[in-house]
Every structure is written in structure tokens, then in C-alpha cells.
Design a protein around this ligand. Structure first.
Ligand SMILES: NC(=O)c1ccc[n+]([C@@H]2O[C@H](COP(=O)([O-])OP(=O)(O)OC[C@H]3O[C@@H](n4cnc5c(N)ncnc54)[C@H](OP(=O)(O)O)[C@@H]3O)[C@@H](O)[C@H]2O)c1
Length: 248
């Protein structure tokens, strides 16, 4: 059986990636705080694990449970897609709460690091090499007023992914890890961005126009770009930066 572990499957891009991988005969193991109601009846194709990725003890416990379950199965293909993230706090530096910053860094950066570390440790002796995807953002590469937390955690994720790729190359494990930039999509995250005040996010009107002009891509379209790449394993390059903009 082919297995994909995906974070953030309750909605948005993660839900669309899950749907397409199920169509391609993957069994999807999803992680999020909320269940995706659409997937509730798909018990032979989808298994949900509830976890708050801001909580590291919970994250490690749930990932360890998932990996030990997988180790009891006959695994032919193994994907780990770290997609879950948050954009808040959207606020100028000097006005952010410590709790909001802590939560943000845990979900967007610490959880992916902890999960990838655990994954590579647990599958070290596996004969099936893993493919790991970290979902990034253009905000990793440019400063956006009000998005200091988001830009910093995504930039951190980019450097982390690049380093892991270099190590896996050197160790000749056959594991591949790459970044996927989905660009702007019509999800709840964009709704949160639009609901911010211009004192918190100077470009808010610009993002309102993206919505009214229909510039936000549908998550199904974006997910297909990633899944097409995942299904053509010979095209996956370790350490790659792959963007939806490479396709359209
Ligand atoms: N939307 C865009 O325009 C855009 C642009 C560039 C990059 N991205 C990136 O694309 C990815 C997907 O974004 P999206 O727009 O689909 O976001 P979204 O609609 O807000 O969905 C976020 C997903 O992450 C999960 N999540 C958030 N906090 C969590 C937590 N504490 N514990 C567990 N799961 C958590 C959510 O599940 P629960 O709430 O159920 O826990 C949800 O399934 C993210 O990495 C984002 O940074 C998005």
C-alpha cells in the first residue's frame, strides 16, 4: 500500500492534496485539530489523527503512533507532506503577544522540524526511501509589513529543508525532501489576511483586490501541480524549490 502523511487536512490546500492522493490510491493519514467531514466516511482511504501542532508533546505522541502503525503495514511508498501553517499574528513588531508568537513558531517551524527529525530517525533502516514536502511561501523571500512572524518561520523552513536535503545527499539515503510554494490560493488563510486592519497589514487592500479580481487560485488546481510531481517520482529532485508558478 502507498501511504501519505499530511498535516492540515481539515481544509484548504491540505484537504485538496489529500483528495488527489486518495484518487491516486494512496492511503492518506491526516493530522489537524479538526476532522474533515468530507473524509469521515472514507475509512479505507483516510485515517484522521487529531493533534494541535502548537503542542510538541502532542505532536511527538501522535507522530510516534502513526509511524508505529505504519511499521505494521506493508508499505510500498511513503510520503510526508508538511502543509499545516498559520499566518497570524499579523501585526507590526512591538505590538505582538508572546503567546501568539510562541504558537506561531511552534506550528510553522518547530513542528515541521520535530516531525521530520522523528520521521528520518524512525525510517533510518527502511528499504523504502521517503519523499518529504514542506509547503513554503513567497513571504520567505521578501519582507511584508505585518508578516514578520510568517516570513521568518517560512524562511526558517526553507533553510531547514535545504540543510536536510544536503545531509540526505551526503548520507546517500535516497530520501528526497523539497519545498513547494503554492502562491496565492482562495482559502481561510487569505480570509484572515483580508480581515486584518491596515495598521497591522499595510497591503490589506491589495489582498482584497486579489479576491474581487479572482486572482486567488483554487486549491484543487494547486494541489494537482504538487501531486502530479509526486506521482512522477523520477522528476523529484532532492532539495528542489518547486512552485505552482513554474507551471502557470
Ligand atoms: N493561502 C495562501 O494564499 C497561501 C500562500 C502561500 C503559502 N501558503 C501555505 O500553504 C499551506 C496551506 O495553507 P492554506 O491556505 O490551505 O491554510 P488554511 O486554509 O488556513 O488551512 C490550514 C491547515 O493547517 C491546519 N493547522 C493550522 N494550525 C494548526 C495546529 N495548531 N495544529 C494542527 N493543524 C493546524 C488547519 O487545521 P485545523 O485548523 O483543523 O487544526 C488546516 O487544515 C500553508 O503552509 C500556508 O503557509 C498559503
Amino acid at each position: 500500500m502507498k501511504y501519505a502523511v499530511i498535516t492540515g487536512t481539515s481544509k484548504g490546500l491540505g484537504a485538496s492534496i489529500a483528495k488527489l492522493l486518495m484518487k491516486a490510491s494512496y492511503h492518506v493519514i491526516g493530522i489537524a485539530r479538526n476532522e474533515n467531514k468530507e473524509f469521515a466516511s472514507l475509512t479505507s482511504q483516510y485515517t484522521h489523527y487529531k493533534a494541535d501542532l502548537a503542542n510538541m508533546d502532542e505532536t511527538v505522541t501522535v507522530m510516534s503512533q502513526i509511524i508505529s502503525k505504519l511499521k505494521q503495514e506493508k508499505v510500498d511508498s511513503l510520503l510526508l507532506i508538511q502543509n499545516a501553517a498559520m499566518v497570524t499574528p499579523i501585526e507590526q513588531v512591538g505590538k505582538q503577544s508572546v503567546d501568539a508568537l510562541k504558537n506561531h513558531v511552534h506550528v510553522n517551524l518547530l513542528a515541521p522540524m520535530v516531525i521530520t527529525n522523528l520521521w528520518l530517525d524512525e525510517w533510518r533502516e527502511s528499504k523504502i526511501p521517503s519523499v518529504i514536502v514542506h509547503v513554503t511561501s513567497g513571504a520567505a523571500k521578501r519582507s511584508v509589513y505585518g508578516w514578520s512572524a510568517y516570513g521568518s518561520t517560512k524562511a526558517g523552513l526553507d533553510r531547514y529543508t535545504d540543510t536536510v536535503a544536503m545531509e540526505q545527499d551526503t548520507l546517500q539515503t535516497g530520501n528526497k525532501i523539497f519545498l513547494f510554494d503554492p502562491s496565492i490560493m482562495d482559502t481561510d488563510m487569505q480570509g484572515e489576511i483580508r480581515s486584518s486592519d491596515s495598521s497591522q497589514f499595510i497591503d490589506v487592500d491589495h489582498f482584497k483586490v486579489y479576491k474581487t479580481n479572482n486572482d486567488l487560485r483554487d486549491t484543487e488546481v494547486v494541489a494537482k501541480v504538487l501531486v502530479d510531481r509526486l506521482l512522477q517520482s523520477e522528476k523529484i529532485v532532492n532539495g528542489d524549490y518547486y512552485s505552482v508558478k513554474d507551471i502557470f
